[in-house]
Design a protein around this ligand. Structure first.
Ligand code: HEC
Length: 112
């Protein structure tokens, strides 16, 4: 029984490691820039209407890699990013699905 349990634990650890390594690139739906613009009125307050944050402690989003933005937003929704500001960001994204996130990522990454 102990032997079986240890084997199971090793397998579980291996699976967790493999999934941890693959979390930095999620399959992303095709993003639509103009739809992304419509879905971001509330984001402007902190990330700026031009994607440049007015507060030095908030991140700029303009011109950032599309895949990176998508992965970052998914990470907030999946609790892969933690901390008070990450929890706040999770709340900001709670009503958005993966297509919305892809549209938003396309919108900000297209900004120069
Ligand atoms: C109240 C201010 C605020 C609002 C509103 C807000 N954000 Fe954020 N956002 C932040 C802060 C602060 C961070 C950094 C959080 C951290 O510590 O991980 C962040 C991080 C992010 C990141 C990750 C950036 C990076 O470089 O890793 C993305 C993407 C993002 N926000 C998108 C959005 C979108 C899309 C919306 C609107 C749906 C939004 N945010 C609304 C303050 C805000």
């Amino acid at each position: 029984m102990t032997y079986l349990f240890n084997g199971f634990r090793t397998l579980t650890t291996a699976i967790l490691l493999i999934s941890a390594m693959s979390t930095n690139a999620y399959a992303m739906p095709k993003g639509d820039t103009s739809k992304g613009e419509i879905k971001t009125p509330s984001c402007r307050f902190c990330h700026g209407s031009n994607g440049i944050a007015p507060q030095p402690s908030y991140p700029n989003l303009a011109g950032q890699q599309q895949q990176y933005l998508y992965d970052a937003m998914l990470a907030y929704t999946n609790d892969m990013r933690i901390g008070p500001m990450a929890t706040m960001m999770k709340g900001q994204l709670q009503n958005l699905n993966t297509q919305d996130l892809a549209d938003i990522a396309a919108y900000y990454s297209a900004m120069k």
